[in-house]
Design a protein around this ligand. Structure first.
Ligand SMILES: [Ca+2]
Length: 485
């Protein structure tokens, strides 16, 4: 370990009643990236925060580097600033000008100290490590043509630090709080470009949280509802229960798009995709067993399946599988509790749930490829991914286009999703059917049940060995957090 004083600033200013800011220095080990030309400044009086600006020189290796920030009084360590308190360039994937800020009065060890005459910061980036559970990380991008190439994007990378509602940064357009309802977070819109749908695979971070799974009895379109064709029992056999209950999830990542045909071919070889074929079309006509091999949750993924091949490609720092129904629904809702992730409801007019061939619904069409276009003409096959508006997490086609096969088994009894509070649930009971979510352009649904299947809470099922056009999937990922050096 060598220590280098890189303090260039000799700012002398009271930043709060209990602290005097004097200089900054960096403490570096041989393996970390050089950070030089420090300036630290108070943001008082408009904010109690301390901001450090500095240059990071050198190459950052995948999957990136995370900052460790220590506070000192002279050369005496006060504490490490908790990562949850840090804002800005906490995770980096490239060198350049960086900025980190935090609120010293929110750090007990600093606050308790009172006046600090010679306040210094040591900022250290440890290369090749990223805490993927950090809420700072929004996206992880894998290059499917270059094994080991991983890019991590933080909110700061996407917005350039702007707190505006929307803008365009070095990664293209973005929008904060895409819909007024739901999660207050940034959706990266620049991801909707060909490379991210074909030769790259992009995951969105969904931080651990609790949400209410299922739908209220009075949600327009909810099953069972005797306004629909068929008896309640017939509907439930296919669509299951949506009893509301609280679900707590640990953090995970989920694909921004339905897995596409090009992505499938790059990892698992050629395959005939009929009825909607093209590089950026969803891989469909694939079965649960094609996707993960092990034909039920809890059974090992086989090496020759798509997920097995993806797992081998990504390496042991990541684990991939189908999303559970709970992970899927939380990702789709993005903080909303309405029928649609836009914060809107489907129409309450029952005729939309009988034979919907002639009922175009603009609120649905803006977020989903379903079975009608605005001219009331039928859409009979899947379309390229990313063709409609995303949700607040920036996820596309969660509703409509390909139906999305999930990890869970499916039961027509109330036992599968249940009604009790649950943590990271997955249904492993008996039966040959597997859950799918989000509705599909499948004509059968349109003729029988209209718009009802296109809600965040709506469920469907498919046999584990059924090849059906218009049914595909997206991948969920967890990460193994690397040990800190
Ligand atoms: Ca879909």
């Amino acid at each position: 370990m060598k220590t280098r004083d890189t303090g260039r600033s000799k700012t002398k200013a009271a930043i709060t009643a209990f602290m005097v800011l004097s200089a900054a220095f960096g403490a570096f080990s041989e393996v970390v990236i050089d950070a030089e030309n420090f300036i630290i400044r108070q943001q008082w009086p408009w904010s109690g925060k301390v901001q450090a600006e500095f240059m990071v020189e050198g190459t950052v290796t995948a999957p990136g580097a995370t900052a460790k920030v220590n506070a000192y009084d002279g050369d005496k360590l006060i504490c490490e600033i908790p990562s949850s308190q840090l804002e800005g360039d906490v995770v980096i994937t490239a060198g350049g000008k960086k900025s980190i800020s935090f609120n010293p009065s929110a750090v007990p060890a600093i606050k308790e100290r009172g006046i600090i005459k010679d306040f210094r910061l040591g900022i250290e980036y440890v290369d090749g490590t990223v805490d993927y559970n950090s809420p700072n990380i929004l996206y992880v991008i894998f290059d499917l043509e270059n094994k080991g190439q991983v890019q991590v994007l933080t909110e700061n990378d996407i917005t350039g630090g702007s707190s505006a509602r929307e803008g365009t940064g070095m990664y293209g357009a973005w929008k904060r709080r895409y819909w007024d309802a739901g999660a207050d977070t940034v959706a990266w819109l620049g991801v909707n470009a060909e490379e991210y749908k074909t030769t790259k695979l992009v995951f969105r971070h969904i931080p651990g949280h609790s949400f209410v799974m299922g739908s209220p009895d009075d949600e327009p379109g909810r099953f069972p509802n005797e306004e629909f064709n068929g008896t309640a029992e017939e509907q439930l056999k296919l669509y299951g229960y949506e009893t509301r209950h609280k679900v707590t999830l640990s953090g995970y990542y989920i694909g921004v798009f339905e897995l596409t045909q090009k992505q499938w071919k790059l990892l698992a070889g050629d395959r005939q995709f009929t009825n909607g074929a093209g590089s950026d079309y969803p891989a469909q006509n694939v079965t649960y067993t094609d996707i993960r091999g092990g034909d039920a949750p809890g059974k090992a993924i086989t090496e020759s399946s798509f997920i097995g091949r993806l797992q081998a490609f990504l390496g042991s720092a990541y684990t991939v599988d189908l999303p559970t129904e709970a992970q899927w629904e939380a990702a789709c809702r993005a903080g909303t509790d309405t029928g649609l992730y836009s914060g809107r409801q489907l129409p309450s007019d029952p005729s939309y749930y009988q034979n919907a061939k002639t009922f175009f619904c603009a609120d649905l069409a803006e977020i989903a490829v379903y079975f009608l276009d605005e001219d009331n003409k039928a859409i009979t096959s899947v379309l390229p991914v990313g063709g409609r508006k995303p949700n607040n997490y920036g996820l596309f086609d969660m509703i409509g286009n390909a139906g999305e096969i999930c990890l869970d088994k499916f039961s027509d009894s109330k036992s599968d999703l249940g009604s009790a509070d649950a943590s990271d649930p997955v249904f492993t009971g008996s039966g040959q059917r597997r859950a799918f979510r989000g509705g599909t352009v499948d004509a059968w649904i349109s003729y029988q049940y209209g718009l009802a299947a296109f809600r965040s809470a709506a469920r469907g099922s498919i046999q584990s060995t059924d090849h059906q056009r218009q049914y595909g999937f997206r991948v969920a990922m967890k990460t193994v957090v690397p040990a800190a050096n």
